[in-house]
Design a protein around this ligand. Structure first.
Ligand SMILES: [Zn+2]
Length: 429
């Protein structure tokens, strides 16, 4: 720690300098000749180069936390060189109080650093560019790493293989630290794991949103690794999945990144996402939170369909289970929402109810778009055919009460559930 003090002092000096520059009114008037050709989320006046000067300090505290996690990991594994472990009352090895204290304080500082970083990447294109361009300490050719490590230190190991050790990450660039702190495996010793992962995903999402198409390629490492899959696993909180979907929605702007979402195996990210929203494993999440996630998923998939010609094929024509699971997930979500909408509204606010109707309308249009493309639609939906017919029957009743119903929605309803079928369906849950 003592050895890193000069580095901290230098980072602090730079940060103070950066803050002073940021407070100057003329800061926003600085020329941005070397600015981006296309910046997705930020305006031309958001170059803000002074923001870069705060990055070393943010990087320092995130690095310190990664190191504290590494120390804790060694303690757990019983490899502490200090020999300070002792056997606790429960018979398990206790880590030293020093390690715990160090981890708690480093965690607080890392969370504060992530908060500052979110602000920086939200408002400064210079900061976004610096973070995504900086691979000086973590390029693909970096030697001396574990065989599983590629660009930026992220793990790209096959399923079940040992993950990248923390010792590698602590020496890497800010982007790589960010990826690590979004990984539940790396931060398993954290005291505020969910907050830490969510805050890291929030920053990554903002980075992706404000990146140029060229800079977005840095996110390949995230799609190839297993951290994002863990964010979509059954034990992930609903809020984490929501942030992961928002991140994905910005990343798949690039066509080659979109194609990486499906790995044509049980590691497929689409498959994880569909399973999550179909099964709703987070029992502590409120209905409102679920609705927000499900709406995000439907909008994410719709944006993929609309992104370019042929994009629907990524969803429907891959040689992967995800190509049929997408239809099932949409039908299950729509059916479940219809059941919720028709139940007596006890304590449900009008906003949530309206949001539920919006969700149903958007899901209907997406399902119709996919059904037009899928020649074996009925066959692919056979496991959820009952929910499909029942939900559409009920939805027709809901939509009939909407004065501004679009022609495309009427067409979708008629195509997916022709009138003659209405007489057959009983409409029971
Ligand atoms: Zn797939």
């Amino acid at each position: 720690m003592a050895g890193s003090c000069p580095r901290l002092q230098e980072a602090q000096r730079l940060a103070v300098c950066g803050i002073s520059r940021l407070t100057l009114a003329q800061e926003t008037q600085e020329p941005s000749e070397s600015g981006p050709e296309r910046c997705m989320g930020l305006g031309a006046r958001s170059w803000l180069p002074a923001a870069e000067q705060l990055l070393p300090l943010v990087d320092y505290f995130m690095g310190e936390y990664c190191q504290a996690l590494q120390t804790r990991e060694r303690e757990r594994a019983g490899r502490s060189p200090s020999g300070s472990r002792k056997l606790g009352p429960s018979g398990s090895w206790e880590s030293s109080a020093n390690v715990d204290d160090g981890l708690v304080s480093a965690e607080e500082l890392a969370l504060a650093a992530l908060g500052v970083l979110h602000l920086l990447v939200s408002h400064s294109y210079a900061a976004v560019t610096r973070i995504l361009s900086d691979d000086s300490s973590g390029g693909p050719t970096h030697s001396g790493d574990s065989g599983h490590v590629r660009e930026s230190g992220a793990a790209v190991s096959p399923a079940g293989a040992t993950e990248t050790p923390l010792s590698v990450h602590t020496q890497r660039c800010l982007f790589s630290k960010l990826l690590q702190l979004a990984d539940s495996l790396v931060v398993s010793a954290s005291y505020r794991r969910e907050t830490l992962i969510n805050q890291s995903l929030r920053v990554l999402g903002k980075l992706a949103k404000n990146a140029t198409a060229e800079l977005l390629s840095r996110f390949q490492v995230l799609l190839r690794g297993s951290a994002l899959r863990r964010c979509l696993s059954a034990d992930a909180p609903c809020s984490t999945v929501h942030l992961a979907v928002q991140l994905l929605a910005s990343v798949v702007y690039r066509q080659e990144l979109l194609s990486q979402l499906c790995s044509q195996s049980d590691l497929c990210l689409f498959l994880h996402l569909y399973t999550y929203v179909s099964t709703r494993p987070d029992t502590s999440a409120t209905d409102r939170l679920w609705l927000q996630l499900e709406q995000e998923v439907v909008r994410f998939l719709t944006s993929i369909c609309l992104s370019h010609s042929g994009a629907v094929a990524v969803l429907l024509e891959a040689d992967c289970q995800c190509s049929t699971e997408v239809l099932k997930a949409l039908i299950v979500m729509m059916h479940r929402r219809w059941l919720t909408q028709r139940e007596p509204r006890r304590g449900c606010c009008v906003v949530t109810e309206q949001q539920g109707v919006t969700f149903i309308r958007e899901t209907l249009l997406l399902l119709h778009r996919l059904s037009q493309r899928d020649k074996h639609f009925t066959e692919h939906c056979v496991q959820v055919l009952h929910q499909h017919s029942q939900a559409l029957h009920g939805i027709r009743h809901i939509l009939q009460q909407i004065p501004d119903l679009e022609e495309s929605e009427e067409l979708a309803l008629e195509d997916l559930c022709p009138h003659e079928e209405q007489d057959v369906e009983a409409g029971r849950p």
